[in-house]
Ligand binder design. Structure first.
Ligand code: FAD
Length: 505
């Protein structure tokens, strides 16, 4: 089948119906037709709400980071009536929390005891201070280290004598708690190690004000609402794109009058001719496939930006228990492996130690809705290794881990498990992007640059690039993804609305 819609207006195709693709579709004006081609059987991409036990769980995005009027996800969700009354409160939107609301927590140590909140808080305060100082090197000519991880470890090493007031056991425990903080930061940055995250551009990421909030009816409500506001037939599901041919001259069968510079070829053999294609596929997919996905291949500068930017894995493990082993007021169960230190290399034996990368568990609230469900977070190669295990293997490892942490060898294990597997997902290949060592915010801008590069090309904007990884200050977020889609739609709107060349007489 050859498609693309009729009419003599410009034909636009978009690849990917995540928030970037849906956002572009929402904002595009004045085109002759638009087709949004999505490989999966659903829209939403890395926004993916699933049913688990008696409630809803988020396999991908969970929070609106910085729910305030500058956040377009917050505004859109409010417009569609998808948020609870707490998120809508003005005071909530003004809090400068720099992230998640602080939850009542308990920290388990690997010796099977609950650790002193004072020790844990001291370590966390120090870590947060150091992390804030890491953000201050933005624009610096000579940052003190190439990576955030190296900088943090250097600063921690300098402070060792003062840790735990010089007392050896207390010092060891503080170092172990700092190692746990580093692992949490790996989840937030979506990376295997903070040693991979570039120090100088780290502060370019912008946190919006507002206490992070969630969608009571599931995050997927947002892409669902966006999808249903589009004209029917705009989004084609199960339509994986194999190759995008650009800089060509393609004609539709039976309509030789027009030729199109771009031909989008799908895995099922369908093709779509277009003047413009907005590519919103994840950076992980581009890393793996860009050489054969684009014909001719992308210019060297773009290919290099794709190679240099970081894209790692952060996964969730949902565990259901018959009865909670935690106290009703506890909403966050943190984990510290007491013999670890950020100053020592972590074990590379994934099979034996993958579970030690788990940072802890959020208790899903309220239990009347969810049952007794914990959501664990794990990043990096250990997370990717976890994806290769069976449910039974994960359940049995989690049972052992929780027995160790609680010091209760008879603790009943979880009775069911649900996991995300973002690294194995063929059309994602990881979780979200970060600015890696050797890369910079300029690479994000290069990735976002449309093609052909020559602005005077008579057939401009054949390929446009959107998606979270193309937003210089909000990469890795849903609002970054949405804004990038709006940005590329606006680029095309301006082209469509610009006065055309004077007709040749
Ligand atoms: C575990 C996890 C937790 C997260 N938590 C948060 C959070 O709490 N808050 C937050 O703001 N952000 C969070 N994020 C990040 C957020 O989900 C993403 O930044 C955002 O959803 C990305 O949107 P996108 O449109 O750029 O990409 P995607 O949503 O990935 O959309 C791209 C689409 O392209 C499709 N596609 C790929 N290849 C092809 C092809 N060849 N042909 C056709 N279609 C194709 C994919 O199937 C996908 O649907 C999280 C992500 C993960 C994975």
């Amino acid at each position: 089948m050859e498609g693309g819609g009729g009419g003599s207006g410009r034909r636009v195709a978009a690849v990917g119906a995540g928030l970037a693709g849906l956002g572009a579709a929402q904002r595009l004006r004045g085109h002759g037709s638009l087709r949004l081609l999505e490989a999966a059987a659903r829209a939403g991409g890395r926004v993916c709400t699933r049913r688990f036990v008696s409630g809803l769980v988020e396999m991908g995005a969970h929070w609106i980071h910085g729910p305030s009027p500058e956040n377009p996800i917050f505004c859109l969700a409010t417009h569609y009536g998808l948020l609870g009354p707490e998120a809508a409160r003005e005071e909530n939107q003004q809090v400068e929390a720099g992230g998640h609301p602080p939850l009542p927590s308990v920290t388990y140590g690997s010796s099977g005891r609950v650790l002193s909140p004072q020790v844990v808080n001291e370590a966390r305060d120090l870590f947060n201070t150091l992390l804030a100082s890491a953000r201050a090197f933005c624009g610096s000519e000579e940052p003190p280290a190439p990576s955030v991880g190296q900088y943090l470890r250097m600063e921690i090493a300098r402070r060792v004598p003062a840790l735990g007031r010089g007392e050896e056991d207390a010092q060891r425990l503080q170092l172990a708690a700092l190692a746990a903080c580093l692992k949490l930061e790996c989840c937030i940055s979506g990376t295997h190690s903070m040693d991979l995250v570039a120090l100088e551009p780290f502060g370019e990421y912008v946190s919006l004000p507002g206490l992070d909030c969630t969608f009571p009816g599931g995050y997927s409500g947002l892409p669902d609402c966006m999808l249903s506001a589009l004209p029917e037939g705009t989004v084609l599901l199960n339509k994986a794109v194999r190759t995008i041919w650009w800089q060509g001259s393609f004609r539709a069968e039976g309509d030789e009058a027009r030729d199109f510079p771009v031909r989008v070829e799908c895995e099922d053999g369908d093709t779509f001719l277009a003047d413009h294609v907005i590519v919103t596929v994840p950076l992980g997919f581009l890393k793996e496939r860009h050489q054969d996905f684009f014909q001719p291949p992308l210019p060297k500068q773009k290919a290099e930006a794709i190679r240099r930017l970081g894209f790692g894995t952060n996964n969730k493990i949902f565990l259901e228990f018959e009865r909670p082993f935690w106290e009703p007021q506890q909403q966050l169960l943190e984990v510290v492996w007491e013999n670890e230190s950020p100053l020592e290399e972590p074990s590379a034996n994934l099979e034996a130690n993958w579970f030690k990368k788990l940072v802890g568990f959020v208790v899903l609230q309220p239990p009347e809705q969810h049952g007794h469900v914990l959501c664990g977070f794990i990043a990096g190669k250990e997370s990717e290794y976890m994806e290769t295990l069976s449910d039974a293997e994960v359940l049995s490892t989690m049972t052992c881990v929780l027995r160790t942490l609680t010091g209760n060898p008879r603790l009943p294990g979880p009775r069911s498990v649900l996991r995300s597997r973002w690294h194995s997902a063929s059309y994602t290949r990881g979780s979200y992007s970060y600015v890696a060592v050797g890369s910079s915010g300029d690479d994000i801008d290069v990735l976002a640059q449309p093609l052909p590069e020559d602005p005077k090309d008579p057939r401009p904007l054949q390929l446009l690039f959107a998606g979270e990884a193309t937003h210089r200050t909000f990469y890795s977020t849903t609002h970054g993804a949405l804004l990038s889609g709006w940005r590329e739609a606006e680029r095309l709107n301006q082209l469509f609305e610009a006065p055309g060349p004077a007709p040749q007489l």
